[in-house]
Ligand binder design. Structure first.
Ligand SMILES: *[C@@H]1O[C@H](CO)[C@@H](O)[C@H](O)[C@H]1NC(C)=O
Ligand SMILES: *[C@@H]1O[C@H](CO)[C@@H](O)[C@H](O)[C@H]1NC(C)=O
Ligand SMILES: *[C@@H]1O[C@H](CO)[C@@H](O)[C@H](O)[C@H]1NC(C)=O
Ligand SMILES: *[C@@H]1O[C@H](CO)[C@@H](O)[C@H](O)[C@H]1NC(C)=O
Ligand SMILES: *[C@@H]1O[C@H](CO)[C@@H](O)[C@H](O)[C@H]1NC(C)=O
Ligand SMILES: *[C@@H]1O[C@H](CO)[C@@H](O)[C@H](O)[C@H]1NC(C)=O
Ligand SMILES: *[C@@H]1O[C@H](CO)[C@@H](O)[C@H](O)[C@H]1NC(C)=O
Ligand SMILES: *[C@@H]1O[C@H](CO)[C@@H](O)[C@H](O)[C@H]1NC(C)=O
Length: 569
């Protein structure tokens, strides 16, 4: 008996690697074969986990349907497309119409606290490129896993043209290829209760990390070394330090503020700090903002220096700054009143226009190289269903990047010609993003793609701006009415004003931009900036000449260096 076991393990050492090494046996798509009522489906989801409404299986394919709540209360969900976080309020009965009649879906969202075996860490899995990846179905230790069906988004894993297998409820990706494997995976279990077959759907967020990351010391983004911050005596002042770190599984990042007595860095005291703000990781990097507040600035504060110290396992860096009193204009009594009035008048005019002047100066003449950044372009846009449908179709014809203006123009003629055919309806934002990324080789940051959802939106945006060379806003009426999008634009303008400069470029996709600026309810800063920021028009309608000019101007406005995406992955 014993020898039998030993022999078994000796002959099949692959057991250690899971099912991947064995003869591939295609896993059937779970329990689809089980006899069940086709007009009524029952699904269970866990509160706080991602959920996606299933499509209706019909023969070899699926029928796309829209599930709407019976009684028309609450939102409707397209099957297989819309990912949402399950909440108690989603519990209910949904229906859709198919050629075979009405179908019903009963959704029950289960509270986390009601589940005996809830383990939060099981819903976030990290895999490494080039290795095999194992994704367990949450709560696998407390349930029967004999019939688990896995989906990535809306696709049953058995339909992937990949080497995969399922064993003991665990899903194995035999080789993790890269970011393409980053997704929400669902494991569906069947539970039979009082004659009703429920599909208990659990979500696992899979994150893909590069196989090996050589540890990198932190990078202090703000303040610059030897900076002098202006303060006012008897006022409150906040010392802020922004540091970016490489993502680590075991977080060792630390950011601290020290006071150096009399400017002597040997004699330093750790300052009390507010709890740090963290951003979500983007491309394996995340940033921390650490602040110390000086409640009332006294002249003593001006005699010391302040050091921001950042460290992780790879090393440490620090910058030291000092404080300086803000110079006030001396008030001289006795100047002629006329002069005072003139000065006041000029000051008012200058103040009114100084913002515009600053924006113009910085956006047109500030060509500093701000060091290597993980992204070339942060592309901000709003995509609404109506605007997508109104768009004329675009498609790309040439996969190679244009090297000269002439080529660029030739290529854009191709673009516009295919556009006329309207064979392929696609929103412009996708075209822009394809040209920038695939054709011209820029590293693009898209907020909805490259930022892990769940973080504080404001922090994510600020960090994304800091990590990009350039911010492009694709402006439309929808954009100016969308508060999230406006926040990106406003943050970009703020960054421009504080010299942590990204370049900023506006692309107008509608014709009457001037009226739009007047009529949209915009913050005054944005309204003023929109008039002076560099912008391009990409109007719909008759393309050829105009759109040719657009692509050429865009090419000119882009940062010069082109780094291929592969080089950072
Ligand atoms: C799955 O989703 C993709 C993209 O979201 C979509 O193109 C595809 O048609 C969907 N498949 C089904 C079966 O719904
Ligand atoms: C589940 O079972 C595996 C071994 O079968 C064990 O390694 C793991 O720690 C268990 N997890 C929990 C949460 O009990
Ligand atoms: C698990 O479920 C299968 C069928 O779904 C059943 O045959 C098996 O006995 C169950 N195992 C346990 C331990 O409940
Ligand atoms: C990196 O990949 C190699 C095989 O390609 C593997 O042997 C190694 O364990 C991986 N390293 C990490 C840290 O995952
Ligand atoms: C900051 O000042 C110190 C000493 O005054 C000097 O050694 C150092 O080079 C300066 N750093 C920068 C970046 O200017
Ligand atoms: C992370 O921490 C765990 C436990 O604290 C330790 O076992 C593991 O070796 C650490 N990993 C790294 C890469 O430092
Ligand atoms: C600041 O330092 C100067 C000498 O460097 C000293 O004369 C002055 O008294 C100090 N001021 C305070 C408020 O400590
Ligand atoms: C910071 O790094 C240097 C080497 O770069 C090391 O000598 C020093 O001890 C480190 N300081 C701290 C506080 O870790």
């Amino acid at each position: 008996m014993q020898t039998g076991h030993i022999l078994f393990f000796f002959m099949f050492p692959i057991v250690l690697e899971g099912c991947c090494g064995r003869n591939q046996k295609k896993v059937s798509a779970g329990l689809t074969g089980l006899q069940q009522d086709v007009t009524h489906q029952h699904y269970r989801a866990v509160e706080g986990e991602s959920f996606m409404m299933p499509c209706i299986k019909s023969g070899d394919g699926y029928i796309k349907v829209l599930w709407s709540r019976t009684g028309n209360v609450g939102p409707s969900f397209s099957c297989g497309r819309v990912l949402f976080v399950a909440e108690a309020k989603h519990t209910g009965k949904y229906k859709c119409l198919t050629s075979g009649g009405e179908r019903f879906l009963h959704l029950e969202v289960v509270e986390k606290s009601r589940m005996g075996c809830f383990q939060p860490e099981q819903s976030d899995i990290e895999l490494y490129i080039g290795t095999s990846g194992e994704i367990p179905c949450p709560a696998h230790n407390c349930t029967n896993n004999s019939d688990v069906a896995w989906y990535t988004g809306n696709i049953s894993v058995s339909e992937l043209s990949r080497e995969t297998c399922v064993e003991n409820g665990h899903f194995h990706l035999c080789e993790v290829k890269g970011k393409v494997d980053e997704d929400v995976y669902f494991c569906d279990r069947k539970v039979i209760e009082r004659g009703v077959t429920w599909t208990f759907r659990r979500a696992v967020n899979v994150k893909v990390l590069p196989n090996k990351t050589t540890p990198k010391p932190p990078d202090i983004i703000y303040p610059d070394a030897n900076r002098t911050e202006k303060v006012e005596l008897d006022q409150y002042h906040r010392l802020t330090c922004d540091v970016c770190f490489q993502y680590e599984k075991n977080i060792s990042a630390k950011v601290q503020w020290y006071l150096n007595h009399g400017g002597n860095t040997k004699q330093r005291t750790l300052l009390d700090m507010e709890s740090p703000l963290h951003t979500q990781p983007i491309l394996q990097e995340y940033c921390i903002r650490q602040s110390h507040i000086i409640k009332t600035v006294t002249s003593q504060h001006l005699n010391h220096t302040y050091t921001c110290f950042a460290s992780n396992t790879a090393g440490n860096v620090s910058v030291t700054i000092k404080l300086e009193e803000r110079v006030k204009w001396p008030s001289r009594v006795g100047y002629p009143i006329a002069f005072l009035l003139l000065a006041a008048g000029m000051a008012i005019i200058l103040h009114m226009k100084s913002l515009e002047l600053q924006i113009m100066y910085r956006s047109h003449f500030h060509f500093g190289n701000h060091g290597e950044k993980p992204f070339d372009v942060l592309l901000s846009h709003v995509w609404s269903a109506t605007s997508a449908e109104m768009e004329t179709g675009w498609t790309l014809s040439s996969p190679s990047g244009p090297e000269t203006d002439k080529e660029a123009c030739q290529q854009c003629m191709d673009l516009t010609n295919t556009e006329l055919g309207e064979a392929n309806r696609r929103p412009r934002v996708m075209l822009l993003h394809q040209v920038l990324e695939e054709q011209w080789g820029y590293r693009l940051c898209l907020l909805d793609r490259d930022i892990v959802p769940g973080g504080a939106y404001a922090n994510d945006v600020v960090c994304a701006i800091q990590r990009s060379q350039m911010l492009i806003c694709l402006l439309s009426a929808d954009y100016l009415c969308n508060s999230n999008a406006l926040f990106v634009l406003e943050s970009g303008i703020q960054a421009l004003l504080q010299k942590s400069t990204p370049k900023l470029l506006l692309i107008w996709t509608c014709r009457d931009s001037a009226t739009l600026i007047q009529e949209a309810p915009l913050p005054s800063l944005v309204q003023r900036a929109l008039k002076v920021l560099p912008s391009l028009n990409w109007a719909t309608g008759k393309p050829t000449r105009a759109s040719c000019d657009f692509w050429r101007s865009l090419k000119k406005a882009m940062p010069n260096h082109r780094v291929k995406l592969e080089s950072i992955l």
